[in-house]
Ligand binder design. Structure first.
Ligand code: SAH
Length: 424
């Protein structure tokens, strides 16, 4: 079978050469052959120099998605090798993780394929036609590589429509119990891969959650607690404090989902954590996870809309040592970005107001339409309105099991910042 060829225009931005893995319709000068949706197509520049090969989909704005920069055969064996390579990279960079992202789409040169490993269960999400038509290769490869207890597909996302694909979800092969206890930084987190957000859990913040460690203690003096001559904590009236977490932070974990930030806060010594999520199901999950790890007495749970809750707490003059904001992606597409920024600004503004003077705001955004620069700008605007001065502790990205291609800002989606917040 001869492979079709796409020749790119002379006057285009050299994005492909800069590492960007997509070709848009306007960049193509001509196509030779009769490629069908899902086929492999070879990409050449205007003088006929081979650049790469990729999946062709004339229905999509991402008309070609790069699979390889060589002319190697794209067959079942290549797919196996790519997945094997991706897994080796995780074992090398996150050796302690038994659950992690194994394949992160374009950044692992498998455009539109996500594979997450939840201990002995694998979850697959397919977002491109090229992967869709070859999905049996994926299932065979991961069965051979991991011998999993089960495979579950979570292709229940609307972006599939942009590739001309219907949403799909369910067991691949035999049904199994979709509840898995994931181990992360030594904590046990019960996740339902069939029910949770995205593929069930967010591995991308593993290292960011671990980075909370030094923040969770050192708050006793802020709460008027002193240490007496014998080294015992005493309150303002001189009474000895029995709570072993007397030096821990009071934390508000907004958009808590599974409660993973709450669990880490407790692990690192927080005194009290309030979990907030709009979904009753998520709150139940967080409560279950607190119980599983022995933290129930240090956690409380609220099912409410964060926009209302934060405003009400500000009105009631409530204060926390640490406020964590890990909202869902408010901007699902480029057009929605302005509205999304207003949403981010609102929760960050209210969140800052709820931080005790000298306390900490932990804030994240997983929307890739919101660049890091705009994220920082949004925080600045919120700080102006909230009359706060913010001092950065650390700015972080996704963990190394979510690699980022230089030249492809779409793969660099997660922003995570920890700030000290001062009254102004
Ligand atoms: N911090 C979580 C991930 C957050 S996912 C973790 O580490 O696992 C986003 C969560 O926000 C979801 O659980 C969703 O139910 C919740 N959510 C979405 N809109 C909300 C709103 N307006 N108010 C409160 N929670 C909301």
């Amino acid at each position: 079978m001869t492979v079709s060829k796409a020749f790119l225009k002379q006057n285009r931005k050299k994005r492909l050469e800069q590492g960007h893995p997509w070709v848009f319709p306007g960049e193509i000068e001509k196509i030779e052959g009769d490629p069908q949706g899902g086929d492999i197509i070879h990409i050449y520049n205007h003088v006929g120099h081979f650049l790469a090969q990729g999946f062709y989909n004339p229905l999509s704005q991402l008309v070609i998605r790069v699979v390889s920069y060589s002319e190697e055969e794209v067959d079942e064996n290549l797919f196996f090798k790519k997945i094997e390579q991706a897994w080796k990279r995780r074992k090398w960079l996150v050796p302690e993780a038994t659950s992690c992202r194994v394949v992160h789409g374009e950044a692992d040169f498998l455009p539109g394929l996500i594979i997450d490993k939840y201990e002995d269960v694998l979850v697959v999400q397919i977002l491109s036609l090229g992967i869709e038509v070859r999905r049996q290769w994926i299932y065979d490869a991961i069965t051979k590589l991991f011998n999993p207890r089960g495979i579950y597909e979570r292709s229940d996302v609307p972006v599939r429509r942009l590739e001309g694909l219907e949403e799909r979800e369910g067991f691949v092969g035999e049904p199994f119990d979709t509840k898995v206890t994931v181990i992360e930084n030594g904590l046990r987190i019960l996740v339902d891969v069939a029910e949770g957000q995205k593929t069930g859990y967010f591995f991308d913040q593993r290292e960011n959650r671990a980075a909370l460690k030094p923040l969770m203690t050192g708050w006793g003096s802020h709460h008027g607690i002193k240490v007496n001559g014998e080294g015992h904590p005493i309150d303002a009236k001189g009474k000895e404090i029995k709570n072993p977490f007397w030096d821990g932070a009071e934390v508000l974990d907004c958009f808590s989902h599974t409660g993973s930030f709450m669990l880490h806060a407790c692990l690192f010594g927080a005194k009290k954590v309030t979990c907030l999520d709009i979904s009753e199901k998520a709150i139940e999950m967080a409560r279950g996870n607190a119980l599983l790890n022995g933290y129930l007495h240090r956690a409380e749970f609220v099912a409410a809309n964060a926009f209302d809750f934060l405003r009400e707490q500000v009105k009631d003059k409530k204060l926390w040592d640490i406020v964590i904001l890990d909202p869902p992606a408010f901007a699902k597409n480029r057009q929605a970005i302005e509205g999304a920024i207003r949403g981010y600004k609102e929760i960050n503004l209210q969140g800052m107001k709820l931080v005790r003077n000298g306390g900490i705001l932990v804030t994240a955004s997983c929307s890739y339409h919101l660049s890091a620069a705009r994220f920082l700008n949004m925080l600045q605007e919120a700080a102006i309105d909230a009359h706060k001065v913010l001092r950065l502790i650390e700015f972080r990205r996704a963990g190394s099991d979510h690699p980022v291609l230089l030249g492809s800002e779409e793969t660099d989606y997660l922003k995570f910042a920890m700030y000290e917040v001062f009254d102004r």
